[in-house]
Design a binder for this molecule. Sequence first.
Ligand code: SF4
Ligand SMILES: [Zn+2]
Length: 119
Amino acid sequence: MPLCPRCDNQVKATDLVCARCRLQLKAHGHPSIELHQATTDEVLCQTCAYDADDTCTFPQRPHARTCTLYQSITAEAERAQGTVRSPQPAPSLAVIWYRYRVWIILLAIFGISLLITVF
Ligand code: SF4
Ligand SMILES: [Zn+2]
C-alpha cells in the first residue's frame, strides 16, 4: 500500500487526498492521475527524466514542486537496463471474464455441442 509523501500515512492507490494530513495525492480530482510531490527542498525537475532530455514544455519547469508527469531519472535508467520491471498484477477472474466473456461463452457452447454430438 502506498504511503503519503508528507506524513507517511498509508493511503489507498485511489485516494485523492491523504486522510491524515489532507495532502492532495491526485490531480484534477481523478484517481488515475498521479500528482507527484517534492518531499525535500529539491524541486522535482532536478531529478526528472524530461528535464534531463530537455523534452518538458511545462511552464512550471524548472521549479516544479508538484507535477503529474514527473519521471525519476533513476527509475527511467533502471527500466532501460531491465533491472526494474513495472509491477504487473495478475488479472483476476472477474477481469478475465469481463474481457473474454464472448469467447468463453462460445467455447462453452462449442464444448456442449461436441459432447452432444459424441454421446
Ligand atoms: S515533467 Fe514536471 S517535473 Fe519533469 S521537468 Fe517537466 S515540470 Fe519538471
Ligand atoms: Zn499525509
